[in-house]
Write a protein that binds this ligand. Structure first.
Ligand code: BTN
Length: 256
């Protein structure tokens, strides 16, 4: 029932017109109809209660953007390596989108998808644990594809494939690319290629090894991203000293 050239990602593909959130839908499906095949994908034309990072609201224009969730079972992944799933997913999405664009798509730590210093999309991964192993992960992906304009507050910060290419792109074509790269990076993860993932992730990271301005608790400072710890903490050089930052502790403002 599909045309995706993958082994498992997207092989069970469910398309919905409207749903609260594809992440919610997939979580319910997984708990009501176990075992759900790994790689199952829910994609919706419209979400009326899409969720973003940090309990934020994720709003999209119906039919123009990608709202999708992928079901994975990374039970092989030790808890202290959880951030590597985030790396694999970010890399897959960034690489898939890069194939449509003239320049490489960047990842803003920890997992925002950026192009031209504007946000092209975001990722929301929700894990279910049994004891200390990850039973399942619902990988939610929201991407601005054919949206022509953004409301005033977002215009400065957000972009879409349409704004960059000035043409419409078929949503399922983008999904097909995402599935291919998701499978590639997920299999890298499964075969414990941690250092390759780490290296590729740092290569994709916005502002890696570059002086940029950040904001922490109302304080502006300059820093250079030097790496990420296995736990996901950001390693930065500030005033010639190495410091680490936790998620949402700092905000990137601009590059010098
Ligand atoms: C972010 O805040 O940057 C993450 C946005 C994630 C949005 C996607 S859209 C598909 C999936 N379903 C949701 O409710 N959220 C994610």
């Amino acid at each position: 029932n599909n045309t995706f050239s993958t082994l498992f990602v997207g092989q069970n593909f469910i398309k919905l017109k409207e749903v609260d959130s594809t992440n919610n839908y997939l979580k319910n499906l997984a708990s009501n109809s176990e075992p759900l095949p790994e790689g199952t994908v829910i994609m919706a034309d419209h979400q009326f209660a899409g969720r973003g990072q940090q309990e934020s609201v994720w709003q999209t224009v119906p039919g123009e953007n990608i709202s999708a969730s992928i079901y994975l079972k990374p039970s092989f992944l030790p808890l202290n390596k959880q951030f590597f799933l985030n790396m694999a997913v970010s890399l897959a999405v960034a690489e898939a989108l890069s194939s449509f664009l003239p320049h490489p798509v960047k990842v803003k730590w920890p997992n925002d998808i950026y192009y031209n210093r504007k946000k092209l999309g975001g990722i929301l991964i929700e894990n279910t644990l049994t004891g200390s192993t990850i039973k399942s992960a619902v990988v939610g992906i929201g991407l601005n594809i054919n949206q022509e304009e953004f409301t005033n507050d977002l215009a400065e910060k957000a972009t879409s494939l349409y704004q960059i290419l000035h043409k419409q792109v078929d949503l399922e074509l983008v999904m097909a690319k995402i599935f291919v790269y998701m499978e590639k990076y997920y299999l890298n993860l499964k075969s414990e290629r941690y250092s390759i993932l780490q290296k590729s992730y740092l290569n994709r990271l916005l502002n890696f090894n570059t002086v940029a301005t950040y904001l922490q608790n109302g304080q502006v400072f300059e820093g250079i991203i030097k790496g990420v710890e296995d736990s996901g903490l950001l390693i930065m050089e500030v005033d010639q000293e190495t410091t680490t930052f936790n998620f949402k502790e700092i905000e990137y403002i601009h590059t010098k």
